[in-house]
Write a protein that binds this ligand. Structure first.
Ligand code: DGL
Length: 277
């Protein structure tokens, strides 16, 4: 059975894992979350690179995989070349879906909702220059949103007025399309939509990543004659820190029932703040 390693700093990558699961039900998933280093948006780039490399290498030793998906925009903007130099396993990253958003927007006003780090990185400037140069692009890099969403998994409600306030710049600039430029955000899409009822198009990268994963596995011949296994869709969930309470129920609700959940995962033990072991 083909296996994909899905990596994020926290639970946001589950939004991508769900899209992969939907498109590729015969593939087994291993989910790795560096929640001891969360949020990556607050970490210097060398730290993010070191931690991703160390954890992914350790996880691959325990669970050999056919594909690595870095389901984190903040990490993908800095770590992909290093990972590709580290392993021959294909690596898929996620970038804010500016191109499809520019293809949708009717009024040429787009909002990009991301972490402060993603919003500042030159990578995003490049995407906007290349694909949305005729659009007015309003960026929100919200420092707390990922924390609120991590809390929501453990049952802590997100304040709708606070969320609505955070999104005010999109209302002010009249965007008709919003890019969810952090993999955590699709997990609360109904709440986001309730705050911005005039937005017509919501765009994230989950389906595109699932399609790209499918094509890379096909190229390797890994999908030939594979059929859904009898076991749960997620072989293992490995957290570098403690497992968030309520996680198994949350994942099961998303169609991502895990066989094994571990945290702090012993494979991540000894990882230093900068990622060396
Ligand atoms: N899910 C990550 C992303 O897509 C979270 C960001 C963080 O850890 O700062 O960017």
């Amino acid at each position: 059975m083909p296996r994909i390693l899905v990596f994020d700093s926290g639970i946001g990558g589950l939004s991508v894992a769900a899209c992969i699961r939907q498109r590729l039900p015969s593939v087994e998933l291993v989910y790795v979350a560096d929640n001891a280093g969360f949020p990556y948006g607050d970490q210097p780039e060398p730290t993010v690179i070191g931690r991703c490399r160390t954890l992914i290498a350790a996880a691959l030793q325990a669970f050999p995989c056919d594909l690595i998906v870095v389901a984190c925009n903040t990490a993908s903007t800095v770590v992909l070349p290093e990972l590709r130099a580290m392993t021959r396993i294909p690596v898929v990253g996620v970038v804010p879906a500016v191109k499809p958003a520019a293809a949708c927007s009717l009024n040429r006003r787009i909002g990009v909702l991301a972490t402060p780090a993603t919003v500042r990185r030159p990578y995003l400037d490049g995407l906007i220059r290349e694909f949305a140069s005729d659009c007015r692009v309003e960026r929100i890099g919200h420092p707390s949103l990922v924390h609120w969403i991590e809390g929501a998994v453990t049952g802590k409600a997100i304040s709708q007025p606070a969320l609505s306030d955070a999104l005010q710049p999109f209302r002010d600039s009249g965007v008709d399309t919003v890019v969810l430029g952090c993999t955590h955000y699709p997990l609360i899409r109904p709440q986001l939509e309730a705050c911005l009822p005039d937005v017509r198009f919501w765009v994230d990268s989950g389906d595109a990543i699932a399609r790209r994963s499918e094509s890379l596995l096909e190229q390797q011949g890994a999908l030939v004659s594979s059929s859904p296994g009898a076991g749960p869709p997620v072989r293992a969930v490995l957290f570098s820190g403690p497992v968030p309470s309520g996680l198994t129920a949350y994942m099961t609700n998303m169609g991502l029932a895990p066989a094994e959940v571990c945290g702090p995962w012993p494979g991540a033990q000894g990882i230093t703040a900068t990622g060396s072991v």
